[in-house]
Design a protein around this ligand. Structure first.
Ligand code: AMP
Ligand code: MG
Length: 413
């Protein structure tokens, strides 16, 4: 069986992704301090354990009053208490009485409305001014005005956050309001990352002839982290069986969900990654009918799942988005995907070679329609064109030409 049998013995993108995903299960959960919860995925539904607000309180700085005492003509009330935020009112308002009250302070019994201080003859007082003996004002007030009643926002028992949600800063605030000092979240997926190739230099090394800097380690580590995973850096393997094997050995001694590598899975004379997997594990597949990124390997090294991305920087990135991000999202228990797909129109005619293609494009809006323009030549080493792109246009398998103006699907970056 030759290597150039074309699409016949190659998996489609969808089939490859389904095969990969079927080998990963959701990770364990852990309880962690609330402060560490941003971007983590909730492992349980969160139900409020009490009403919010927990007590009737004032929405304004002003005076708590009985709406029955108020009429359209001028009213003067006796101020019988001063209620700062955080205190417990010690009075019950009787007819003709009011209490000074601050925003968020608990409403005294008997009161059913708050007159804002600006609407009384006690406005424009400096902070620290003690409460007056009387206040007068001239406006009507309905029962309930400027009051935030108990349970107005949330009722005890109400589910306010759902299992599978990725926690945002405001979610942390809500959990704090409800008294969750620790939260049950899914453990972060852990990924052992390696690059491979004799040509690779460290980012701080001077360039030498024939060498390039290892950029995939940075793109992929950041991608893993952006998808909620944790990276264990294995380093860079040389193009020898021993070196590749040594890094893979390191990976299996780590508590990781899978090994992620780039390069060395093609048909080059020094592409040992694939060989090492075949020798000490199992190769499920190593090519996908896509562009860029055909040489994409999936298998096991001993018992560890392994995903081998192509070496070219754009191919590695696209391979990550198409196959690895979904794995991380599945492992992390996340509901839905963080990458949105939308319909756009191509500004130009696009030729394709019949593989499912992911093309770098910039979007702009014209009359409510998203128009996509390619960001430059689509060589898989041209990282700048990816940097300038805000979407990957998806040209389906079998399509050789997309006319200008035709609708295509875009994966938003
Ligand atoms: P390979 O799959 O090993 O044939 O690599 C394909 C292309 O990707 C070659 O041009 C490599 O130099 C390049 N490449 C491989 N690994 C990296 C990396 N870590 N960073 C940047 N380019 C890489
Ligand atoms: Mg190589």
């Amino acid at each position: 069986m030759g290597y150039n049998r074309g699409a016949l013995n190659m998996l489609s993108v969808t089939e490859a992704r389904e095969r990969i995903l079927s080998h990963f299960q959701i990770t364990a959960t852990e309880s962690i301090p609330l402060i560490a919860c941003v971007n983590r995925v909730l492992a349980i539904d969160i139900a409020a354990i009490h009403d919010l607000p927990f007590f009737d309180n004032s929405a304004m700085d002003g005076f708590a009053v009985r709406s029955e005492d108020i009429s359209a003509s001028r009213v003067t009330l006796k101020v019988v208490a001063d209620i700062p935020a955080g205190s417990t009112p010690k009075v019950t308002l009787k007819p003709g009485e009011a209490a000074r009250i601050m925003t968020g302070a608990q409403l005294p019994d008997g009161a059913n409305a708050v007159i804002p201080v600006e609407d009384t003859d006690f406005h424009n007082r400096a902070a620290g001014t003690s409460a007056p003996e009387k206040i007068s004002f001239e406006r009507t007030l309905k029962a309930g005005e400027n009051i935030r009643p108990r349970g107005m926002d949330i009722r005890a028992g109400e589910v306010v956050l759902k299992k599978g949600q990725t926690l945002k800063p405001q979610d942390l605030g809500l959990l704090a309001m409800l008294g969750f000092a620790n939260v049950q979240v899914y453990r972060k997926p852990r990924v052992a990352l390696l690059s491979s190739g004799d040509e690779l230099l460290a980012v701080d090394a001077p360039l030498e002839s024939g060498k390039i800097r290892d950029s995939n380690s940075y793109t992929l580590a950041a991608s893993v982290e952006s998808a909620g995973g944790e990276v264990i850096h294995l380093g860079v393997a040389k193009d020898t069986r021993e070196s590749v094997e040594a890094l893979f050995q390191k990976a299996i001694s780590e508590d990781v969900d899978f090994i992620l590598s780039s390069a060395g899975v093609s048909v080059g004379a020094f592409d040992y990654v694939k060989e090492v997997i075949e020798a000490n594990g199992a190769l499920n597949f190593w090519r996908v009918n896509m562009r860029p990124g055909k040489p994409l390997a999936f298998g096991k090294y001993f018992d560890k799942q392994f995903i081998g991305l192509p070496g070219n920087p754009v191919s590695a990135f696209v391979g990550f988005e198409v196959f690895v991000r979904p794995v991380l999202e599945q492992l992390s228990g996340k509901l839905g995907s963080s990458r949105r797909r939308i319909k756009v129109r191509s500004a130009e005619e696009i030729e394709s070679d019949g593989r499912e293609s992911y093309l770098r494009a910039k979007l702009h809006e014209e009359n409510g329609v998203q128009i996509a323009e390619l960001t430059g030549h689509q060589g898989s080493g041209n990282l700048l064109s990816l940097v300038q792109a805000d979407a990957l246009l998806i040209i389906p398998a079998g399509v050789k030409c997309v006319p200008a103006g035709q609708e295509v699907e875009a994966l938003l970056l």
